[in-house]
Design a protein around this ligand. Structure first.
Ligand code: 13P
Length: 210
């Protein structure tokens, strides 16, 4: 896919996320890797109304080289790309259910959502670390995100929201959607006896789809 096609796809997927309530206002940011750098949503832009030609461009050193001023969370995306060389895209949302889970104090901060369904394991993976709270745009969170992303495709920023990577843009968006729906299921079932997937069932999924 060339840069123009990727710009159009990014705007389309962002608008779809916005239309379904995964992002509101100007919350959230999305990036995608190019051969010569990265596309990044502009700061304070609505995911519902991105103009493909104004999407920011960063060079391979994450310096702004084109389009509107990039998201204040460039370092968050950089941390994930540097930890995960196979990542082709990163999606950060404030989607309600995953953000709700990021606020829970009484869950395992290395695995706050149990593996209830196959698609959670297949798309999000087994690890979902919670990174301690930092103010949005605070570059001090970069080392913590980098460390968490070394062992996980997706993570939750405490009291803030999910950060999800994928091998390409569609994969990252699908994983972000699956994470949000898994968080919804988890919250729906809280307090009830649930049957999570066993280690054997999870291993079978990762063997087939990992
Ligand atoms: P930007 O508008 O700078 O991308 O910030 C939005 C956001 O989601 C902060 O976490």
């Amino acid at each position: 896919m060339n840069e123009t096609e990727l710009r159009v796809l990014l705007a389309e997927l962002a608008a779809s996320l916005f239309a379904r309530g995964y992002a509101v206002g100007s919350a959230g940011n999305i990036s995608a890797k190019l051969s010569d750098g990265y596309l990044m949503t502009p700061t304070n832009s609505s995911l519902g109304r991105l103009d493909p030609v104004r999407i920011s461009k960063l060079d391979l050193n994450f310096e702004h080289v084109g389009g509107d001023k990039p998201s204040k969370e460039v370092f968050m995306h950089r941390a994930v790309y540097q930890a995960r060389p196979d990542a082709g895209a990163v999606v950060h949302l404030h989607s309600t259910m995953a953000t709700a889970v990021s606020c829970l104090d009484d869950v395992d901060q290395t695995a706050p959502i149990p593996a209830l369904t196959p698609y959670f394991v297949m798309r999000v993976g087994e690890n979902l670390p919670v990174v301690p709270y930092y103010r949005p745009g605070n570059p001090a969170m970069e080392p913590a995100i980098h460390a968490a992303a070394l062992g996980a495709k997706a993570l939750l920023l405490a009291n803030h929201g999910p950060v999800v990577s994928g091998k390409n843009l569609i994969d990252a968006v699908y994983a972000a959607e699956e994470l949000e729906e898994s968080a919804r299921l988890f919250l729906l079932l809280r307090g009830q006896r649930v049957r999570a997937l066993t280690a054997e069932q999870r291993a079978e999924l990762l063997g087939h789809f990992g």
